[in-house]
Design a protein around this ligand. Structure first.
Ligand code: ADP
Ligand code: MG
Length: 229
């Protein structure tokens, strides 16, 4: 069974210890949230798990084959249009250009983007549209594990709900796993199977709880709408 396993993970930036002995396991088809105040080491922990930062102490075993990311600040490439931003990860996988474009367009529509947006550049998109593109880019490779670093924080409530419902559907029906970072406990409760609370200086898990009744909190019967409202 695919899993992400973090064992005794500690990390420092120079002399400042940011993470202290973090342990958790994220199993296939589950959502694990890391909640805590700003500066607590959440983003650092996610970057270590996602192999964006190199680990120093401890161990991370990730057996998920396809992983993607979405961040609060989207990090779209400013010199590429919407469709090229989305299809980039497919082209990097040697999928031919025509097929990559088709897949990118399909997921873009599912994320509520419209045909007329496809050749726009990030600077001409609203924050919400950029996050739609960012999710399309993350999902176009059919990831098994998603790393999410506060991707909903700057979004209005309608778009937040729409994107969250789309993800929940993938978790419930396609066994997507998510490592979710947020400072919003309610959001974590709504989306997760398990929550770790990280307190700063140095980042330590001070509480962890499983949400047994989660299935009733998640609205699995929604009908996902493919167009922007
Ligand atoms: P969070 O995501 O919970 O807000 P971060 O992981 O971003 O926390 O940051 C944790 C601590 O590490 C903060 O004190 C921050 O200033 C520090 N930090 C983050 N990135 C770097 C870096 N690249 N170099 C030095 N210190 C950093
Ligand atoms: Mg952060």
């Amino acid at each position: 069974m695919e899993r992400l396993e973090v064992k005794n993970l500690s990390f420092s930036f120079g002399v400042t210890q940011v993470l202290d002995e973090i342990n958790f396991t994220l199993n296939k088809g589950h959502v694990l949230s890391i909640v805590g105040p700003s500066g607590g080491g959440k983003s650092t922990l996610l970057k270590l798990c996602a192999n964006i930062l190199n680990i120093e102490q401890g161990e991370i075993n990730n057996s998920f084959k396809y992983c993607s990311f979405a961040f609060q600040d989207t990090r779209l490439l400013p010199w590429k249009n919407v469709i090229d931003n989305i299809s980039l990860s497919l082209l990097a996988k040697n999928i031919n250009k025509k097929e990559a474009l088709l897949k990118a367009e399909n997921i873009a529509i599912k994320m509520g983007l419209k045909q007329e947006d496809f050749d726009k550049f990030p600077k001409d998109l609203s924050g919400g549209m950029k996050q739609r593109v960012s999710f399309a880019r993350a999902l176009v490779i059919n990831p098994k594990l998603l790393f999410l670093d506060e991707p909903f924080s700057a979004l209005d409530i309608g778009l937040k709900k729409e994107l969250q419902e789309y993800l929940i559907n993938l978790v419930e029906n396609e066994n997507l796993s998510i490592l979710f970072i947020t400072h919003d406990l309610m959001e974590a409760v709504k989306l997760s199977d398990e929550i770790l609370v990280l307190e700063p200086n140095p980042g330590r898990v001070v509480k962890s709880f499983k949400i047994d009744e989660q299935k009733s909190l998640r609205d699995t019967n929604f009908v996902y709408k493919t167009s922007a409202k």
